[in-house]
Design a protein around this ligand. Structure first.
Ligand code: 5RP
Length: 231
């Protein structure tokens, strides 16, 4: 099963990098699926592709550097042409839960700056309704108790992510609360509620951000989910 999923991730990644063109600014996601796309981009760079890349985490930045992918600081670009990233869950509406890998805030800023966000996924990530995967919420470290109570007030439950004996810290030095809201029938509404809670830096609901999901399947086929025509 696990090997199938790795093959599916790789299939989706190989397909997604075909959309990258010379001279583009490319956002690089974080996680085990994005890993395959970054490796593919490294191969394209060694064959002459010219791009500059914006990483979404220190881990991705280090991987990109090891593959000679030229990097540029996110604040030096007004927009990113195309970003390829993974997801923890997605629906056919292209709503996502992200942040399992702990890079959700930086990933969201990169997604918001991207003209095109391509999500790559294995088939285990497709769901009818978001919410089986606990929703990662990045919180400022002095606010986590307040935020936990606010999550309860909107009918959720949350716990601080540990790593393993002290709280996990994001690249930005924040904590993550993994929150359970049951099945999320109205992700946009929950996203709005969470955005109003002081102390929350960002949350893993990505609504109306993805342009396309490319899902690999274990029979070597690829399924596209998309909202708008792309590229
Ligand atoms: C990192 C993320 C990842 O994209 C998400 O967790 C999926 O990871 P993987 O590809 O390893 O399953 O949001 O913050």
């Amino acid at each position: 099963m696990k090997e199938h999923l790795e093959m599916e991730k790789q299939l989706a990644a190989k397909e997604a990098v075909k959309f990258i063109k010379d001279n583009q600014i490319v956002g690089l996601g974080t996680g085990s699926t994005a890993y395959y796309a970054i490796v593919e981009i490294g191969i394209l760079i060694s064959s002459g592709l010219k791009i500059k890349a914006v990483p979404t985490s220190t881990k991705t930045s280090n991987l990109a550097k090891s593959l000679n992918i030229p990097l540029i600081d996110i604040n030096e670009v007004t927009s990113i042409d195309i970003t390829i990233d993974g997801t923890d869950e997605f629906t056919s509406d292209l709503d996502l839960i992200k942040g399992g890998g702990g890079a959700l805030y930086q990933e969201k800023i990169v997604a918001l700056k991207s003209k095109k966000l391509i999500i790559i996924a294995d088939s285990s990530k497709k769901v009818d309704i978001l919410g089986k995967f606990k929703l990662p919420i990045e919180v400022e470290i002095n606010s986590f108790d307040y935020v936990l109570n606010q999550i309860i007030a909107i009918n959720g439950e949350g716990e601080i992510r540990m790593a393993p004996s002290s709280p996990y810290k994001t690249d930005q030095g924040n904590y993550i609360i993994d929150a359970d809201f049951g099945l999320i029938n109205n992700p946009a509404q929950l996203s709005n509620k969470l955005s109003q809670i002081e102390g929350i830096i960002g949350h893993g609901l990505f609504i109306n951000l993805a342009d396309r999901v490319i899902m690999g399947y274990n029979d070597s086929t690829i399924t596209y989910f998309h909202k708008s025509s792309l590229l």
